[in-house]
Unconditional design. Structure first.
Length: 294
């Protein structure tokens, strides 16, 4: 495994791999890697013979007062995990290289960024789209692997890649969860035992909605209520509990009747830690087995 910090070095290595007939696959991350990230790495390995992982805590996707300065960082530990997973190249640029003096370009994806997390974090997805566009342009033609836990991010990146005719295949991988159902996230490290137990309300609520849907419930108000019954009594604050179209991310009114697929998405705070989770009922498996949802 090679660890490279400069852009030109990454381009050269990826070009050489393609010249050797290898398919390149890339997993963009902000580090603090956990098993959820490593599952993405494994999926990338199944799609390509030359696997690249990028580690960069991107300042442009953090808003004022957010946790940029304290975001978990463990580059040495991350590199060790990736080497054990058989990664070929780790790209660890610095901020000055990614955003040199005079940088003035932005990337905005309309429509998909206006709801859910975009409503709460208005500049977030511009920062995400910008850094992912830069990373994918550096790596070149490849398969890019992302987790479905960040469902809105995945939709935004797919639209950007399509609209900009980028030579990239975007692959979404199902959310990886701990045995108790909590979606794996680098921010879980902020949670103490009591906050973590309360945070399980999100996956329990999403699971309850799954089983209501499986029993024939199609009223959006009832499906949202199944989630809210858990989250409202456990979270310190709720940014949103939303039912939306899985393709457009347009929220559905509570009086609507859903079709055979429905995105249920949650963003809630526990002792100051903002967690997100989602499920597409009618498509995904429930986050928890029936016997585990109490």
């Amino acid at each position: 495994m090679v660890v490279v910090q400069d852009i030109a070095g990454v381009r050269d290595l990826c070009s050489a791999a393609r010249a050797d007939g290898k398919r390149v696959a890339v997993v963009p991350t902000m580090g603090a890697l956990h098993e959820g990230h490593l599952v993405l790495v494994d999926r990338a390995r199944s799609k390509g013979q030359f696997v690249v992982v990028t580690i960069f805590v991107n300042p442009t996707q953090f808003g004022p007062g957010e946790d940029l300065s304290r975001y978990p960082r463990d580059l040495e530990g991350d590199v060790a995990k990736l080497e054990q997973r058989g990664v070929d190249l780790v790209f660890t640029p610095n901020v000055g290289d990614m955003y040199p003096n005079g940088h003035a370009t932005t990337v905005h994806v309309s429509g998909l960024t206006e709801h859910l997390c975009g409503a709460q974090r208005p500049s977030h997805f511009d920062g995400v789209a910008l850094i992912v566009a830069k990373l994918l342009n550096i790596v070149g033609p490849s398969t890019a692997v992302f987790g479905r836990k960040d469902y809105q991010q995945l939709r935004v990146i797919r639209r950007m890649v399509r609209d900009l005719d980028m030579p990239i295949e975007v692959l979404g991988v199902p959310t990886v969860r701990d045995a108790d159902g909590l979606a794996k996230s680098s921010r879980n490290a902020y949670l103490g035992p009591k906050e973590r137990e309360r945070a399980l309300a999100i996956s329990r609520g999403l699971t309850a909605a799954h089983y209501a849907f499986g029993s024939g419930e199609r009223r959006v108000d009832e499906l949202l209520g199944a989630v809210e019954a858990f989250v409202k009594v456990s979270a310190d604050a709720i940014d949103y509990v939303t039912a939306a179209d899985p393709e457009t991310l347009e929220p559905l009114p509570r009086h609507a009747i859903c079709s055979e697929r429905l995105l249920l998405a949650v963003a809630a705070r526990f002792a100051g830690t903002r967690l997100i989770d989602n499920t597409v009922i009618g498509e995904d498996s429930p986050p928890l087995a029936r016997e585990s949802r109490r």
